[in-house]
Design a protein around this ligand. Structure first.
Ligand SMILES: Nc1nc2c(ncn2[C@@H]2O[C@H](COP(=O)(O)OP(=O)(O)OP(=O)(O)O)[C@@H](O)[C@H]2O)c(=O)[nH]1
Ligand SMILES: [Mg+2]
Length: 212
């Protein structure tokens, strides 16, 4: 692929489209979500996997989604609008699988995120963010199974690739690709710190958002 086709969608610069992102709302209950029209792409994954960092890198905006050293801090669904009047949106979902989270909080997560993933009509695709060193844990599979039920396309983002050497990265991506073939999910390598794979991610997400 040439540099030109890699950065353009219908003649427009993909980076610029994502760079226009602005915080829309943080929802702690389904009733606080914006109207279920238009197009959404959500980022899901374990706490601390790197969801917010991936979103910031996608938009090339450092402070857009909050990054935390403490896993499990984000307990709300954060939505970002890419255009006006918020027809296309990115969604940062609260993470799962952090052991220190109390039972009640875990149930709240299941209700909030489960409801969102099952019922949201404007949700067009899911980016499943996983640390490339620890992919496809039990709750990642649970999520894959949930969304398969509603035939939602999934893109596995193997992030923190900067932590692995080239050979190990390739082995990891190959293993995940084979494992998720049954769920018709796509897979790529990514690093928020180095910017690896950002253009591939932009094209994947832009396709789901159906930019004219
Ligand atoms: N080395 C490296 N560290 C990363 C990368 N992406 C994220 N991190 C670090 O991983 C930690 C968690 O990143 P976040 O983006 O906050 O993770 P999250 O999935 O949004 O976490 P929750 O909101 O708690 O669910 C932070 O310390 C980040 O700096 C990456 O690509 N490489
Ligand atoms: Mg986060």
């Amino acid at each position: 692929m040439t540099g030109k086709t890699a950065t353009c969608l219908g003649g427009r610069d993909l980076r610029a489209l994502f760079n226009a992102a602005r915080f829309l709302v943080g929802a702690t209950a389904p009733t606080q979500l914006p109207p279920d029209v238009g197009y959404e792409v959500a980022f899901a994954g374990r706490s601390n996997a790197g969801k917010s960092s991936a979103l910031n890198r996608l938009c090339d905006r450092r402070g857009l989604a909050r990054i935390s050293k403490q896993p499990g801090r984000t307990q709300q669904i954060n939505l970002f609008a890419l255009d006006a009047p918020a027809t296309r949106r990115l969604v940062d979902l609260p993470g799962y699988g952090f052991a220190k989270v109390p039972h009640q909080q875990r149930r709240r997560w299941e209700q909030l995120v489960g409801h969102y993933l099952m019922d949201r009509s404007s949700l067009r695709g899911l980016v499943l963010v996983m640390d490339i060193r620890h992919p496809l844990r039990e709750r990642d599979w649970m999520l894959l199974d949930w969304v398969q039920g509603r035939a939602l396309p999934v893109h596995c983002l193997l992030t923190k690739a900067d932590k692995l050497k080239r050979g190990a990265r390739q082995r990891a991506v190959q293993e995940v690709r084979e494992a998720v073939a049954s769920h018709a999910a796509t897979t790529q390598v990514f690093s928020a710190t180095e910017g690896t794979g950002v253009q591939v991610l932009r094209e994947q997400v832009a396709g789901w958002l159906d930019w004219p």
